[in-house]
Structures are given as C-alpha cells and as structure tokens.
Design a protein around this ligand. Structure first.
Ligand code: PAF
Length: 281
C-alpha cells in the first residue's frame, strides 16, 4: 500500500507506472468511504493493474452555505477499506497544493450543468470538473470509475473527458443501496438513529415511479404527484427540492416517459440534503 501526499510524488509515480506499461484505474473520492466507494475500487481493479484512490474534500464544489466544514472524515478507516477492496495507491493531496495561491484556472462544462443539481447548486459542477481534471492530470489514468448515485456528475465528467480529449475509459458503476433502499452516501451519517428510517423515502418514491411506469403510466406529472405523496407519507417534514424526468444522456426534460428516461430527485430532511435517481425505461 502506497500513500502519497505530495503532487510531485504522485506525478512521478504515475509516470513510472505508465513507463512500466501498467494500466492505471482511478477512483476519486472525498473520503469517509462506504460500500458504494469500495464497489468502485473493485470495479476499477477488475480492469486495471493498479488502482489509485484519491481522498480530497474539494472546497470548490461546496457553496458557502453548504456542509464543507462538517463533511465527515476518517482517513484511517478509509485507508483500511481501500486496502481490503484491492486499492494499491492512495493519493491524499492538501488543499493548498490543489489550489495554490493565485489559483485561477477552472474547467466548466456548459449546458449539462444548467439543469437538476446545477440549477440548485450553480457553482458545484465547476468545482467538480476542475478538481477531477486536475486529478486526471496528476494520476494519468487509463480508466476512471464514478458512481451512478451522483448521476449528473458522472454525465458531466464524461462530457469533460470527451471534450478535453483525455484518453481515459469512463465507467459509471451502479448505485449501492442500504437494505431499505437508501443510496449509500457519506452524508447518511448526519441522521440520528430515529431519523434514519425516514431517509428511505427517496427510494420508495423512485420505486413507486418505476411501478407506475411498468403498469403503463407515462405521464410525468401524475408520477411526480404520487412520488411527492410517498415522500410525505414516509417523512412528514421532508421538503422536495425537485423531482425531474430527463433523458439519460442529454439531461433534457421529458413530459412523457420514453426509452432512456431517468428520474432524479433531491429532498431535504432533518437538515440533510439527499439525492437519488432511477432509470425508468
Ligand atoms: O463524488 C465525489 O465524491 C466528488 O464529487 C468527486 C468526484 C470526488 C470530486 O471531488
């Protein structure tokens, strides 16, 4: 297990690995790993010789009112989990190295970032694409794996990879869920034991949508109404930020469910913001 904290050492190692003909798999994370992350590491390990996992809580993707300062951290636990998932290299850069003084270069994907999460969090994706581009440059992967849970992020990053000509195979891996359907997320830790069962509301709502589509309903306004009712029934105090139906790749909104429609939603409950999604057809 190699733990690297400096940019120059990371650059040196990725050059050496490439010179040895090793295929590098990259899994960028913000730490506080759960089984969702380890599934990404295992997926990367299947198609590469060396997996580099990065741990970096990226300040530029948090707005000033968001949870940067309380974002959970557990470096020791993360290292153990990465090791047991088959990750050989961990890159843990410092914020002052990723964003040195006078840093002023950002990567921005234009259209795909204007909808869904981008509408509610207008500066978020610029931070994500900037840091991931930098991590791509420093680690030079052949393959990068991102989770479907942050589905718009994956689509935006895939676009960036194509637009900037990175020679990287882009893999989107399935969402890993808790027993009751809650999508795994480091933010699930914010819930108390009594609040936590209500967080399954998002999955229940998505499952309801899928069942409605299976039984022939194509009208997104009807499905949205039912989903809101399911959420309210599971968590009385939940606030639905959005429930959107879009095309899987273009992210363009659809009124009638058609092939390639995905439903994405964001809900606030007990001071925690949760997102989830499900392909409906
Ligand atoms: O999904 C995340 O954890 C982050 O957005 C990422 C891709 C590591 C960039 O900071």
């Amino acid at each position: 297990m190699t733990i690297i904290r400096s940019i120059s050492k990371m650059q040196k190692l990725s050059r050496e690995l490439a010179a040895e003909g090793k295929r590098i798999g990259l899994v960028p994370t913000m730490g506080f790993l759960h089984d969702g992350h380890t599934s990404l590491i295992k997926r990367a390990a299947r198609s590469s010789d060396v997996v580099i996992t990065t741990i970096f809580v990226n300040p530029t993707q948090f707005a000033p009112n968001e949870d940067l300062s309380r974002y959970p951290r557990d470096e020791k636990g993360d290292i153990a989990k990465i090791k047991s998932a088959g990750g050989e290299v961990i890159f843990i850069p410092k914020a002052t190295d990723i964003y040195p003084e006078e840093f002023q270069t950002y990567v921005n994907v234009e259209k795909l970032t204007l909808t869904l999460e981008g509408k509610v969090r207008p500066t978020h994706f610029r931070g994500v694409t900037t840091v991931v581009a930098k991590l791509f440059n420093l680690t030079r992967p052949d393959l990068a794996v991102f989770g479907m849970k942050d589905y718009q992020q994956a689509i935006v990053l895939k676009q960036m990879t194509r637009d900037l000509g990175y020679p990287i195979k882009f893999v989107i891996a399935p969402t890993v869920r808790e027993r009751d359907g809650l999508a795994m997320s480091s933010r699930n830790k914010y819930f108390t034991e009594t609040q936590r069962p209500e967080a399954r509301a998002l999955y229940y709502a998505l499952r309801t949508a899928r069942e409605m589509v299976r039984s022939g309903c194509k009208e997104t306004s009807l499905i949205r109404r039912e989903m809101k009712a399911v959420i309210k029934a599971t968590c009385r105090t939940a606030q639905v930020e959005y429930i959107e139906f879009t095309h899987l790749e273009s992210l363009k909104p659809v009124k009638q469910i058609a092939k390639g429609t995905i439903c994405s939603l964001a809900v606030r409950m007990h001071g925690v913001r949760l997102i989830d999604n499900m392909k409906l057809l």
